[in-house]
Design a protein around this ligand. Structure first.
Ligand SMILES: [Zn+2]
Length: 74
């Protein structure tokens, strides 16, 4: 069983700027977000009803509860 790291959006908004810098990548420009841009993005996601975001490539992510866990593919 593997479980992807889950970011708590409300928690992340309280982080200092240096922890938010380069944490996210803009999918269109492929450039990392500044701390200010990250706060705007997190606030938008929170306002759209999400509580959590996946850190990593989770294909079954629950935006309220986080990664449900995945069976090992062996
Ligand atoms: Zn996952």
């Amino acid at each position: 069983m593997i479980r992807h790291l889950t970011l708590n959006i409300q928690g992340a908004l309280r982080w200092p700027d240096k922890m938010l810098t380069n944490l996210f990548i803009n999918n269109e420009t492929k450039r990392p977000l500044t701390a200010g841009e990250a706060r705007i993005y997190l606030t938008q996601e929170l306002n759209s009803g999400k509580l959590k975001l996946p850190l990593g490539d989770c294909n079954n992510f629950d935006f309220q509860k986080g990664c449900p866990g995945h069976q090992d593919k062996k």
